[in-house]
Design a protein around this ligand. Structure first.
Ligand code: WT7
Length: 652
């Protein structure tokens, strides 16, 4: 890259040379080996998606047009009719797999439920009738505010069955966040619980729901699942116990064929600032996308695999890769209610052992936390059933990737780093584990059917080096818009680069065409005119044996424009050594990326979905009052850092 380009593009600093081709043993039974899916999709992407739609999904009526594309609006499988709940349940029962376990559910206190496909279907038919009896009709919105209990999946599938759109709000969100989302969607019914379990205690949901409903005029009925056992206040005529309604509901509710473009759900994404956006997802294209990716990215063998995704159903990962993808594929999966460190730091590994989990999908933030807890925890359990590991949510640092593969995956399991967004609906950039040679920290290539390009500031394609990640063709799972806000849809995703979807992420291509995600472009730092990605500096820090986790931000600096400030969490047993770490970064990626100051902290501030909140750290570093902290998972972390920043000696 020439010196001139450095003003406008993101620098490419980190070099990672390790490579892991798929093993012969993995390839032997893998669904996708070699390049045939890539070749087929490259020749005709729409034809490729149409083939997936007809192979993987049952349709009640064929579509007449594969894709109608009027930038930025896409429609997929136009004219086709299908029912998502039928595809996730009835067809498996009809095929003779009714007794197959759909869900091994593990409550945090240790109670369990085993639910077969037949049982899940009965539950969904009944609850669909319950919703109808409460006046819910096709086209209505239903809000869901539940802990991680099977009823969350039942509620979602029941909405899908009758054509109501669900809007799930993560159970950790406040009553205000819930009220805002209910009001934006104008939902008629709210499904909640008395409470759920978290870290050994009951957290109350119904009181928060009550507070929300006080300001949501559209809610007519509230259905309450009994889980926490905490005392709740039930308003006669408005509030109903789930188990009471279900006791008298008929278990016959045939699935109604829906239009391929029928609204399936809204899911609100807050981003880092501004009013949450109600991301719209529809029926046929979405189901095709998640079924296809869940099958090929996870190399799913439904007859033998036990799949486990640790996300919450309140996030898109829970929608696409707990509810819709796995159930559409007839998989057997584990759902866990609670936190990873209750009663002890090995809880997840005890669950892997107990159910014989073969495919495990989690987030980098969790992986780095496991690293911090040490290798002894997984070593307590026999995890030899694991054969594939996945990562999603943030860039995974090469050292965290290596730890995941070696310590959780015995050095044998492929790690699929899957890049996608709430907006994309399903996985977009990821290896196919039997076909792709992996590089630690790289999401590798767009999956077959997806077209991505890295561009510079002017929107010109970059073939090597850093820039902005864009998507160049419509895809079946793409968002159809932002609820009630078409201008914001156009503005946020389609105005930065003409005719391209702008994801908001930085990315680079290496000399072999591998894609490396560099974090949100809002977080990119500018040091003396060099555009440096947070991800690369963080990965350099995490590659030091003492470091478990790191966050860096660019803070205003009179000399260099911005200066790199790092926040570091150490692994157990290591001492803080600022000079050593600064030199390590200089050695790994260059002196320009050396942090000016390093703060050591036992925790980093994160959103409730586990993403590091760099915006807050920037506020702290620049001594500003904190803006919006409502999405912060643990506010005490930031208070502590602020105190220390105020006490830190100034270097100037
Ligand atoms: C943003 C989307 C996709 C489900 C969970 C998050 C970041 C996601 C990766 C990855 C690097 C990633 C991006 C993206 N992200 N996966 N594998 N490598 N970054 O969904 O809350 O909509 O967030 O998460 O910045 O834009 P989301």
């Amino acid at each position: 890259m020439s010196a001139d380009d450095q003003q406008t593009n993101i620098d490419d600093l980190l070099l990672e040379n390790r490579k892991f081709p798929p093993s012969a043993a993995f390839k032997k039974n893998s669904l996708a080996v070699g390049t045939h899916l890539y070749d087929q999709a490259a020749a005709d992407d729409e034809g490729f998606w149409a083939q997936q739609a007809s192979e993987l999904i049952d349709w009640d009526q064929d579509w007449h047009t594969i894709c109608e594309w009027n930038v930025p609006y896409a429609k997929w499988f136009v004219g086709g009719k299908l029912n998502v709940s039928y595809n996730c349940l009835d067809r498996h029962v009809l095929a003779g797999n009714g007794d197959k376990v759909a869900i091994h559910w593990e409550g945090e206190p240790g109670d369990t439920r085993t639910i077969t496909y037949s049982e899940l279907l009965v539950e969904v038919e009944k609850f669909s009738n319950v919703l109808k009896s409460l006046g819910v009709v096709k086209g209505d919105r239903v809000n869901i505010y539940l802990p991680m209990i099977p009823e969350a999946a039942v509620a979602m599938l029941s909405c899908a069955r009758i054509g109501a759109a669900h809007s799930v709000v993560f159970g950790g969100f406040s009553s205000q966040a819930l009220a805002d989302r209910i009001n934006d969607a104008e939902a008629k019914v709210l499904i909640t619980a008395d409470g759920g379990y978290r870290r050994g205690e009951v957290f109350e949901l119904k009181p928060a729901a009550d507070e929300a409903i006080a300001s949501t005029p559209t809610i007519e009925h509230v259905v309450v699942v009994k889980r926490g056992g905490n005392k709740v206040n039930m308003v006669a005529g408005r509030d109903h116990w789930y188990h009471e309604l279900m006791a008298t509901a008929s278990d016959n509710c045939p699935a109604e064929p829906m239009d391929s473009e029928q609204l399936l759900f809204l899911l609100y994404t807050s981003g880092t600032t501004g009013k949450p956006k109600g991301i719209m997802h529809t029926t046929g294209g979405y189901l095709t996308h998640v079924t296809y990716t869940h099958k090929y990215v996870f190399d799913l063998h439904p007859e033998s695999d036990v799949y486990w995704c640790t996300a919450d159903v309140g996030w898109i990962t829970g929608h696409s890769y707990i509810v819709y993808g796995p159930l559409s594929n007839g998989a057997t999966q584990v759902i866990y209610e609670g936190v990873p460190n209750y009663p002890a730091n090995d809880r997840l590994w005890s669950i892997v052992e107990k159910y014989g989990v073969t495919i495990f999908y989690t987030a980098p933030t969790a992986i780095r936390t496991f690293m911090k807890w040490g290798d002894d925890e997984p070593a307590k359990h026999d995890m030899s059933t694991l054969r594939l590991l996945g990562s999603v949510g943030e860039p995974i640092n090469p050292e965290a990737w290596m730890w995941y593969r070696d310590t959780i995956g015995r050095g044998e399991c492929p790690v699929v780093d899957t890049w996608w967004q709430t907006e994309t609906g399903g996985i977009m950039i990821s290896p196919l584990p039997g076909a792709t040679t992996l590089k630690p920290g790289s999401a590798t290539f767009p999956i077959p059917g997806i077209s991505a390009e890295v561009v510079d500031d002017a929107g010109h394609r970059v073939d090597h080096g850093g820039g902005y990640l864009t998507l160049t063709r419509p895809w079946p799972g793409m968002l159809r818009g932002i609820w009630n806000d078409p201008e914001r849809y156009q503005e946020t995703y389609w105005s930065r680069f003409e005719g391209r979807y702008f994801a908001g992420d930085g990315a680079k291509l290496d000399s072999e065409g591998y894609l490396w995600l560099l974090g949100r472009v809002d977080d990119v730092m500018n040091i003396s005119g060099h555009r440096i990605s947070t991800t690369e500096v963080e990965s350099a820090l995490v590659s030091h044996p003492a470091v478990a986790e790191a966050a860096v931000v660019g803070a205003n600096d009179p000399t260099t424009g911005q200066a790199i400030i790092a926040y570091v969490t150490l692994r157990g047993g290591y001492e803080a050594d600022e000079t050593e770490l600064r030199n390590h970064v200089a050695k790994e990626i260059g002196a320009i990326a050396k942090p000016k100051m390093i703060y050591f902290t036992p925790e980093l501030p994160k959103t409730r979905s586990g993403k590091i909140m760099r915006r807050l750290l920037r506020d702290v570093a620049e001594g500003r009052n904190l803006g919006d902290t409502t999405t912060l998972a643990d506010a005490s972390v930031v208070n502590e850092l602020q105190k220390r920043a105020a006490e830190a000696p100034s270097e100037d």
